[in-house]
Design a protein around this ligand. Sequence first.
Ligand SMILES: [Mg+2]
Length: 111
Amino acid sequence: MDKTTTLQEIKDLVAEFVDERNWSQFHSPKNLSMSIAIEAAELMELFQWSGAGEPLDEQQTDKLNEELADVVIYCLSLANATGMDLSTTVRNKVAKNAGKYPVEKYLGRYK
Ligand SMILES: [Mg+2]
């Protein structure tokens, strides 16, 4: 469960899966960044030709969960491959975004 699992535990789980298969040799930042985009495309494919806000059925929800997991797994693999401290990096980027998009200027607006 998200509330009881640390990000490091999930990073380690992904690293163990990769190490058991000796796949780190294929995990260059280039390959992993491409894999993130490919899996993101598979995620978007679920919504191709559907209307905005159209509810997902159970099978589509299962597929959504799997594709989002694929995206996250490759993101974690890229963080592992580059030695990124993901928690610090995400916190820093959210802080940077907050400075770029102050609430008083962007509340309910995107431009
Ligand atoms: Mg996939």
